[in-house]
Design a protein around this ligand. Structure first.
Ligand SMILES: C[S@@+](CC[C@H](N)C(=O)[O-])C[C@H]1O[C@@H](n2cnc3c(N)ncnc32)[C@H](O)[C@@H]1O
Length: 213
């Protein structure tokens, strides 16, 4: 998949468009506090990706003669301060983000409010909660995008549940797949017949994009 954006990127900032200018402040504050967040290239990639996804979904609705505006549904594992969550929800999607650290969840929810995005961070152990979600009929095949950015050792464990929760045509995105801990997961995504996967080199790291067919 080729992702292009007409908006030029100022190398000193992540996201310049509209109200997301102030995201730079959050980025700097996280870096000062050693809160691990997406690097600049990944943040820009993710921003462009959700922008394109939202445009595509609007087009589908027009083609299907649907007037109802149903937001895209996104699940994120690993919230931290909500930096990537704000990007994921920046184009109108509804985001549920999970983190097991209560300080992070509190800060992220404050940031989601500040940035006026349709997002919520829940205090949960991600691998446990995703299993719970996958047992709820309404949740199965209901997510347009799932983003993995939590414990690398757990990517492989949550993989089958991600597949179950993703819609047909939905995307599984994962950060840090260059890590040795992600090797079993990388094997999963590259060998699954249900997925078409592309690996991107961003910020000297690997970022995977897998589309469910
Ligand atoms: C790399 S940070 C997430 C960064 C965030 N996605 C961003 O770019 O703004 C990883 C987060 O995952 C959380 N985490 C790690 N293992 C987890 C688990 N098993 N369940 C829930 N949260 C977890 C950590 O507390 C941390 O806040």
């Amino acid at each position: 998949m080729e992702i292009k954006d007409e908006q030029s990127l100022d190398q000193n900032t992540n996201l310049l468009p509209d109200r997301f200018e102030t995201l730079k402040e959050l980025e700097l504050s996280c870096r000062k506090r050693f809160i691990p967040i997406l690097g600049k290239e990944k943040a820009k990639f993710l921003y462009d990706f959700v922008k394109k996804l939202n445009i595509e979904s609007e087009k589908d609705k027009i083609n299907n003669d649907e007037n109802k505006k149903i937001p895209l549904k996104i699940l994120e594992l690993g919230t931290a301060s909500g930096y990537s969550g704000i990007i994921l929800a920046s184009k109108g999607a509804k985001l549920l983000s999970l983190d097991f650290d209560h300080v992070s969840v509190k800060e992220a929810n404050e940031n989601f409010k500040k940035f006026n995005v349709n997002a919520e961070s829940k205090l949960r152990v991600a691998e446990d909660y995703i299993k719970e979600l996958s047992r709820i009929k309404e949740e199965v095949e209901s997510y347009d995008l799932i983003f993995l950015d939590f414990s690398k050792k757990k990517y492989h464990e949550v993989f089958p549940f991600c597949l179950k929760l993703l819609k047909k045509g939905g995307y599984l995105l994962a950060d840090n797949v260059k890590s040795v801990y992600c090797m079993p997961f990388k094997h999963d995504i590259l060998n699954s017949r249900r997925l078409k996967t592309t690996l991107y080199t961003l910020d000297d790291d690997e970022f995977s994009v897998s589309k469910k067919n």
